[in-house]
Design a protein around this ligand. Sequence first.
Ligand code: ASP
Length: 631
Amino acid sequence: MIFPAATCDIKDLPERRESRPHKTVTLHGYLGSLRNAGKSLTFVELSNTDLTHSVQLVAHSKDHDDPNSVLAQLRSLDSNAPVAITGTVKSRVAKPNEARDSPSGIIPVSDLEISIAEIVPLNEFPKDIIIAEGTNIPPHQRHLQIRQDKNLRDALLLRSRAYSIIRKEMVQTMRFTEIETPLLFKSTPEGAREFLVPTRTAGEAYALPQSPQQYKQILMASGVSKYVQFAKCFRDEDLRADRQPEFTQLDLEMAFSTGEDVMKVVEALVKKLWRNLLDLDTTSEAFPRMSYQHAMSMYGSDKPDLRLGSEIKRIQYMLPVDLVRMISDLEEPIVEVMKVPIAEDPKETRRFVTGFMDSAEAKQFNKNPDGQPGIFVYDSRKPLGGLQAFGFEAAEQVEEALELEEGDLVVLQARKDAPFAGGSTMMGNLRLALHKSAVSQGFKPRPSGFKFLWVNDFPLFKPSDLDVSEPGQGGTAGLSSTHHPFTAPKTPADVDLLLTNPLECVADHYDLVVNGVELGGGSRRIHQHAMQELVLRDVLGMSNERLEDFRHLIEVLRAGCPPHAGMALGFDRLMAVMLGKDSVRDVIAFPKSGKGEDVMVKSPSKMTKQQLETYHLRLREEHKGVDEKGT
Ligand code: ASP
């Protein structure tokens, strides 16, 4: 199709009044709804090609019956159809001096209109496709969702600007080298379940990378001193908690560097993004730091939302035995307490408690095998403020320790007296659930602002049966790495613990957290081959065969690999947090559904018989005929 080139974009139309009037322009864009004003006059908005700006078009004809007139042509077109129009720019403002009198002297686009001289329709927009505002467009019409939803388009725009700021900052200013690493990798489980890509050689498969971890470490031994990549990563995990099977990481690694060096770079970058994209100065001070142990005991989470308050305190030593028995069957449990301010009127707080208890979310807390939570409302009109079950002494101590005020919710929860393992405790989850419910029930505003935090000093290993959904790292020692098996122990004392008490070993591992969301994590790596081999074989208990999967990395470390450290930021999550979105789907152009499907293109799709044969695959008997296309 031949059509005239645009001379400018609608957003570039406004100019100083003196340099106009009656300039001829050609514009591309989408038509709005036609408004006929009598027989010989029609108005319509034209939106520019990226739907950010619009201008009014006007067509008139003395001979409105002439089918070749611009008026008749315009009237024959559909709303939302793409067009190229040529016309004269005019001011719609009655008083011609208005713009000149304004401080800028520029006529805003809303005060302009284009009198159409020629119109070239570029395609139709059939009536059966509806994108009017307020229409609920299903996910399989993602193109229409994006076209209708300005927020979604703005998110994609912000994402694109973020790419460019990061590239400029890291590649140009900080001298990182952007390097692509392969997507067809091999199976070397680092923690998450992988996607396999079968090949035409019988029994052989690639694996898609969970992250470019091993390649970036290989680059460190290759004389690349600072690596960065917007890396596509793939994890075949349960899709709970708003995860995507494929996602983007901002991945970096630095040679001759420590974790401190990496944290400094990432912190500067994050501050720059907040300043340039959100116009927010996060803080000129360094982000605070908190150890894993501290975060878990104060907030019951390794990614605490510091905006919520409600710090957790241990109080079992204050409590009467009867009360401890009432809330838990455990032998000498740890009992934790926190306050959640809900309302000043205890009656209102009780109303909140009823609402929370009726919610589906409350069930998991009541089913806790360590005991149900004890929930109290502080009410000065009652004996001991409603904390009679605590006994006089404990009630007074709790009141003082928590600085209780009228209407505060007081929550008790027991747990086993055992070291922390995993990412959260029941009390930590309850803390989040109560705050969320207070927002959804209208007792509290949605928390705002950004509170950054570095969480560090994680345990290097965790018992591997902790999370059965994770396949672990393939060892037999009953341990898996908290971060990944390439993370270095923090101090020489931790190195000594590797073989004697690995669960006590602290990792040189750091996570960046904002508002209860983990933006990313990284670590200083093991850079000596002997220690890497020791961790894989002797600490994790990998067989010789399993170890061979990592031989390439061990060889690379052996070749004089310098000390190095790195990190990856979840780029989708970073964008979602910046935009205050609950779901990463709102910042990804083509996200997968909760079932891991792209419902627009309908993937994944059934394999044909021929494909199965090509890849030497056979379906189990029970799936035959159901799961394959009969082609
Ligand atoms: N590869 C790690 C991850 O994906 C990040 C890192 O340690 O650099 O979590």
